[in-house]
Design a binder for this molecule. Structure first.
Ligand code: NPW
Ligand code: ADP
Ligand code: K
Length: 484
């Protein structure tokens, strides 16, 4: 699990560590890590052209020291000082000693010929959108030939939320220090950060436990354990699916298929798409009746493609009245937004899975702070909120959050949400805690999208078809030998 630490948490840990290390040591660790990544990206330093954009704070100091290291290795380094009178004195002196050139914001910056551009304009001390000089240079860097590397945080990105007000530095790589900040992996900031490299500067032991996390394949593998010798089809949890309709069976077929391919113990289906689901998935136990007719389950999924008429509303109420975990998706979200008390009065876990427009039906727009918005709705409803997006966010009522790191834009196609709710229902039926389980489902779903997109554009059914293989790849096992 990767902790995502806020600026306040990083600053607090830095204060403790700064008091215990000699002056400037942390910045040297940061600059060494930064220069190492840059050297790897450049391949070879001698002759390489590097432009360092340096603001007047410590972020500029990191960039200047790293520039000095690159210059010492033979790179031709130009530092552009955005606030020449406040540039980090020791960093600037080191750069000069190593043979780097220095200019002001309007000087010959070399951006049109650079191999690599370092963005040390502003880091976690930034406020608001970039100022005009900085915005102009960030824009030139983005359209120039150099590989763009952000120092700690892409300038102009809010490190806590990922919000971008106006211009920001578009990095292909971000080298961040001490801890990954949420703004690098969520919202607009994710798109500006590119690939994130974490440099250890010794902050770890002093950081408060993170309240937001990103799961790894290893974390998710723990949710995907194969059955053991004593397992039977019931023992791993049975999921019940209420999805699709007679006219639109697709959502029922996708959701049921995804559940089966995630944990193929037993999947029950109840609803008016029964005929289509039975034809597609003979492995499922299917009834055209109500949820109560389906047999015992350990979790429900309700909503994809069910419609929002009186019958659908009464089925939703029946499912929410159980003491089982429930995934509320799609049309069920529209109905739950009209009657949020159906969710609030539940004692068992509820996971709501809105995209932005469904989220807004609960009364507030998502806005630029996606983690904050998901947390607020989760607290209001006493439910886990899984807010879909290019980086899906999960929040629980207590404020614990997860930001998903897998997936591909190819997943922006109809029906992929139905696949997610099937995966999530299957995992929730095992009884694991709802928020982390929802994050694990989003992770697996994203990996299935990546696997299905390996050969070209995907449709939702491709994700279902490749799910078993994806589970195997996330488990990292392959075929077990018999031990004979
Ligand atoms: N602490 C440590 O031990 C370590 C810290 N480390 C590093 O320090 C960084 C934090 O440094 P920091 O606190 O000096 O702030 P920083 O990010 O440089 O920003 C302040 C500067 O930005 C400017 N500025 C602000 N907003 C702006 C805007 N919108 N557009 C343009 N400019 C703007 C602001 O100008 P001012 O408002 O003063 O006019 C001021 O000049 C951190 O991210 C990491 O890289 C590492 O070395 C590890 C050890
Ligand atoms: N640009 C993107 N990058 C990664 N994932 C995406 C992107 N766009 C959409 N997705 C994912 O695809 C799924 C779409 O779900 P949803 O909007 O409910 O679709 P549908 O209702 O058609 O099934 C979500 O899981 C979302 O996170
Ligand atoms: K920066």
């Amino acid at each position: 699990m990767i902790g995502l630490s806020t600026v306040a948490e990083v600053r607090a840990a830095e204060d403790v560590l700064l008091a215990r290390t000699r002056e400037g040591a942390l910045m040297q660790r940061a600059a060494t890590g930064l220069a190492t990544v840059c050297l790897r990206l450049l391949g070879r330093a001698p002759g390489a052209r590097v432009t360092v954009l340096a603001g007047g704070g410590n972020n500029g100091g990191d960039a200047l020291f790293a520039g000095a290291r690159l210059a010492a290795r033979g790179a031709r380094v130009t530092a552009v000082l955005l606030a020449p009178d406040r540039a980090h004195p020791a960093g600037l002196a080191a750069l000069r000693r190593a043979g780097g050139r220095v200019t002001g914001p309007d000087g010959p910056d070399g951006l049109d010929r650079a191999d690599l551009v370092l963005d040390g304009i502003v880091g976690i001390g930034g406020r608001g959108g970039l100022r005009p000089d900085a915005a102009r240079l960030a824009d030139r860097a983005a359209t120039g030939p150099g590989t763009t590397v952000a120092v700690d945080v892409p300038s102009g990105v809010d490190a806590d939320t990922g919000a971008v007000e106006g211009a920001a530095f578009a990095a292909v790589h971000t080298v961040t220090f001490g801890a990954v900040k949420p703004g690098l992996v969520v919202g607009e900031g994710r798109g500006y950060a590119g690939t994130v490299h974490l440099v250890d500067i010794g902050l770890g032991p002093h950081l408060a436990p993170a309240r937001a996390h990103q799961l790894t394949d290893d974390d998710v593998a723990a949710h995907l354990q194969p059955p053991g010798d004593v397992d039977d089809k019931y023992s791993r949890g049975v999921v019940g699916i209420v999805a699709g309709s007679a006219t639109y069976p697709g959502a029922g077929v996708l959701c049921t298929g995804a559940a089966l391919r995630t944990r193929p113990g037993l999947v029950r289906y109840a609803g008016t798409a029964a005929e289509g689901v039975r034809a597609a998935w003979p492995e499922a136990i299917v009834t055209a009746g109500r949820p109560g007719d389906a047999g015992r389950v350990q979790a429900w999924v309700v909503g994809p493609g069910t419609g929002t008429d009186d019958d659908a509303r009464s089925v939703l109420a029946e499912v929410l009245a159980t003491d089982l975990p429930v995934v509320v998706d799609a049309d069920a979200l529209t109905m739950a937004a009209r009657e949020p008390d159906l969710v609030r009065r539940r004692a068992a876990p509820t996971v709501l899975t809105p995209h932005d427009r469904e989220f807004e039906r609960f009364g507030v727009a998502v806005g630029a702070d996606r983690v904050g918005s998901a947390r607020r709705l989760a607290a209001d409803l006493g439910a886990v909120v899984l807010l879909k997006g290019s980086a899906t966010v999960v929040a629980d009522p207590g404020g614990t959050a997860f930001v998903n790191g897998t997936g591909t834009p190819e997943m922006a196609t109809a029906g992929t949400g139905d696949v997610l709710s099937g995966i999530l229902g299957a995992l929730l039926a095992t009884g694991t805690p709802a928020a982390e389980t929802a994050a694990a489902a989003a992770h697996l779903h994203g990996r299935a999208g990546q696997v299905a997109a390996e050969t070209g554009p995907l449709v939702a059914g491709d994700m279902v078809r490749r799910l078993s293989e994806t589970v195997g790849r996330v488990r990292g096992t392959g075929l077990r030998d018999s031990g004979v």
